[in-house]
Design a binder for this molecule. Structure first.
Ligand SMILES: *[C@@H]1O[C@H](CO)[C@@H](O)[C@H](O)[C@H]1NC(C)=O
Ligand SMILES: *[C@@H]1O[C@H](CO)[C@@H](O)[C@H](O)[C@H]1NC(C)=O
Ligand SMILES: *[C@@H]1O[C@H](CO)[C@@H](O)[C@H](O)[C@H]1NC(C)=O
Ligand SMILES: *[C@@H]1O[C@H](CO)[C@@H](O)[C@H](O)[C@H]1NC(C)=O
Length: 202
């Protein structure tokens, strides 16, 4: 009797051990699969970013979206535009807030006022591009992509016009330096988005 109980309990133990082993193996396989997948996505982004004007900024700005982008180039382009639009809206709020601060000279206030307008235009153009990129369809997709490129180029021109206003003067004011940095960042993100979309093919 005693021996029988021991034997069945030991075979139970063996079974439990086997199950535990199986569980461990399958968990490990899943973990390493997830690892490989995430590496694939990261490599995909790195390779795509390598063909942009500012590869490091491209990777940094998009690396938290790899699980959305996966290896889908259209999604990559859309995400890059979305991130750029967000940054531009952010910059617009920053510039608007800073423009209300006292202490800007008349010249500086003029530069900032022009910039608010130019950033606003660039936001509209980026927004239009994003909408078009989200609804590519029909027989004239190449024409639609060409329009998107034109709008993004216009956005870059607007952003450049704004930063040129800064470069013409010897800006030492901290507020102005902060604004300029923020706009330069947006201009670089936009340039990267255009580089990515330039390689979009159908
Ligand atoms: C990206 O470019 C850098 C420098 O040119 C290179 O070292 C790196 O291997 C490239 N990475 C990918 C994923 O293409
Ligand atoms: C928005 O601007 C603030 C202030 O400059 C910055 O700290 C923040 O990281 C920005 N967010 C995005 C999404 O660009
Ligand atoms: C983009 O355009 C839509 C209308 O088409 C508007 O509701 C939205 O606020 C715009 N986004 C930005 C960031 O301007
Ligand atoms: C900019 O202005 C600061 C102080 O007003 C001056 O020290 C500096 O030399 C100027 N730089 C240039 C490039 O003009």
């Amino acid at each position: 009797m005693g021996a029988k109980i021991t034997s069945s309990s030991s075979s139970f133990n063996v079974l439990a051990l086997l199950l535990t082993l199986l569980l461990c193996i399958s968990t490990n396989v899943q973990l390493s699969l997830a690892d490989t997948t995430s590496k694939t996505y990261t490599n995909y982004l790195q390779t795509a970013c390598n063909s942009t004007t500012y590869p490091q900024l491209c990777f940094k700005s998009l690396s938290s979206y790899t699980s959305t982008i996966k290896t889908n180039y259209l999604k990559l382009c859309r995400t890059a535009l979305t991130v750029t639009l967000k940054a531009a809206s952010n910059t617009s709020s920053l510039v608007k807030a800073l423009s209300k601060q006292k202490g800007l000279s008349k010249t500086e206030a003029g530069i900032v006022k022009d910039c608010i307008e130019e950033i606003g235009d660039s936001i509209d153009e980026l927004n239009q591009s994003l909408k078009a990129l989200g609804s590519l369809k029909g027989s004239d997709i190449e024409f639609q992509i060409a329009n998107i490129k034109t709008w993004i180029s216009a956005a870059i021109t607007d952003e450049d016009t704004c930063t040129e206003g800064f470069e013409e003067r010897n800006i030492t004011d901290e507020v102005m330096i902060k604004i300029r940095k923020s706009i330069v960042n947006v201009a670089r993100l936009t340039s990267n988005a255009l580089a990515l979309i330039n390689k979009l093919s159908y």
